[in-house]
Design a binder for this molecule. Structure first.
Ligand code: HAM
Length: 424
């Protein structure tokens, strides 16, 4: 039986990869412009990093992690997100001793055992950016500004930035109690999961997709009515700094985010083009995460973008596939060896060249060049070769010219330059 990929795990095929490379390249340019550095972290971590970091009573930790015991009996988990790992790396390598402020980003696959559907996979990729070591609300506004700038740079439109404040250790318990009280006499309407959540983690009920639960919580008190004066000042400043940067946003007091480490600012960027899985990005501040996984008290803020969701929103007309610059076509006799030599020379000079491997007829090579969308075909005829020349055919306007072989690299390089590397 043919072996297939696991459900919810996707291949990214060459026809799509140009978009991924474009998104990653743009993220690097934008983030590095804001002073962020790339970090690479492992895909596997000790399970307690996530159970303590993300929170025992979250959907991710309760039912979505890929956890197993390795051969030495250690419980390991395929990372469901990157923030906890980045915080661990910052602590483990004492990055704070060089500079307490670290601005880091990473790309990579995350793993969650969710029910796969469009926009929701079991292996999915994130672009993640974090600022560690800054409590000032300027940092909250700066990461949001960087995020919006990046999303615009890749060409996304019709996005909505939603923000909320989730309070802190001091004020959130009061809100939790209030929410419990409010839901207590509606408990019989709630689904079984939410009845359990009512005791363990009532804020999670806001994320439940069951209609009855949505209804039961629709009139619930708002977290922002319960935050302490310090959290209120912080939130006001974030809004002020966002306004100064010319960013508009929607206040969404029901947005609680699916991970327990958040304190104060929480935000999402949603697209109404995406259907039910509409969040392209989620993020927020997490001033207690470092204490959960280590011993230092370090504030942090950041976000993660879902690359698959982002890519599904990219404008269709932009050309991302890199086609061959030239197809070197041999037309019998000794010309195939010459084609091999020439193609190699072109590769070494950075020209995307293709050639035939099978001694096919000139006609079928032309067909292949057309299928591969080669911009030019260099036709090597024996008679022309003897004169040190070959025919260069422009596959766009079908014009042909005879050119000296020794100039081929320069001629093609010129054409690459003229037409711009991306489209040529
Ligand atoms: P999150 O909201 O769980 O936050 O995920 C961030 C983004 O990853 C989502 O907005 C979505 O685009 C994408 N995503 C999540 N789950 C899936 C899935 N199953 N399939 C496809 N895409 C998905 C975090 O992960 C936090 N670590 C974000 C953060 C960074 N907060 C502070 N710093």
């Amino acid at each position: 039986m043919e072996i297939k990929a696991i459900r919810g795990f996707n291949d990214v095929l060459p026809a799509e990869i140009g978009k991924w490379q474009f998104v990653e390249k743009t993220a690097r340019e934008v983030f590095e412009g804001f002073g962020f550095s790339e970090i690479r972290i492992p895909i596997l971590e000790r399970t307690e990093l996530f159970s303590r970091g993300i929170g025992e009573a979250t959907d991710i930790v309760e039912k979505e992690m890929y956890t197993f015991t390795d051969r030495s009996g250690t419980s390991l988990t395929l990372r469901p997100e990157a923030t906890a790992s980045m915080a661990r790396a910052y602590l483990e390598h004492k990055m704070y001793s060089f500079d307490p402020v670290a601005k880091l980003y990473c790309f990579g696959p995350m793993f969650r055992h969710e029910r796969p559907q469009k926009g929701r996979y079991r292996q999915f990729y994130q672009i993640d950016a974090e600022i560690f070591g800054v409590a000032n609300p300027i940092a909250d506004a700066e990461v949001i500004l960087m995020l919006i700038h990046f999303l615009k740079r890749v060409g996304l439109e019709n996005l909505e930035l939603e923000i909320n404040s989730l309070g802190c250790r001091e004020c959130r318990p009061r809100y939790r109690e209030e929410l419990k009280r409010f839901l207590a006499d509606r408990a019989f309407h709630l689904c079984q999961d939410c009845q359990r959540r009512l005791q363990s983690n009532p804020l999670r009920i806001f994320d439940c997709k069951v209609e009855a639960c949505k209804e039961a919580i629709s009139e619930a008190p708002k977290v922002t009515d319960f935050i302490c004066p310090e959290c209120q000042v912080h939130f006001d400043r974030v809004k002020e700094y966002l306004g100064m940067a010319g960013l508009s946003y929607l206040l969404n007091p029901r947005m609680v985010r699916g991970l327990d480490y958040y304190t104060r600012t929480a935000f999402e960027v949603v697209s109404y083009q995406l259907g039910s899985q509409n969040a392209v990005t989620g993020g927020g501040r997490y001033d207690n995460l470092f204490q959960e996984i280590g011993e230092l008290d370090i504030p942090g803020i950041g976000f993660a973008i879902g690359i698959e969701r982002l890519i599904s929103l990219l404008p269709g007309e932009k050309e991302f596939v890199k086609y061959p610059h030239v197809f070197v076509a041999a037309s019998g006799g000794g010309t195939q060896k010459r084609a091999y030599e020439l193609a190699n020379q072109l590769h070494l000079d950075g020209i995307r060249a293709e050639a035939d491997y099978e001694g096919k007829s000139l006609k079928s090579q032309m067909r292949r060049a057309d299928k591969l969308k080669a911009r030019y075909v260099l036709i090597l005829g024996e008679e022309e070769l003897n004169r040190g020349r070959a025919v260069l055919r422009n596959m766009g306007d079908k014009s042909q010219e005879e050119i000296p072989l020794q100039d081929i690299v320069d001629i093609l390089k010129d054409k690459v330059k003229q037409r711009g590397k991306e489209t040529f």
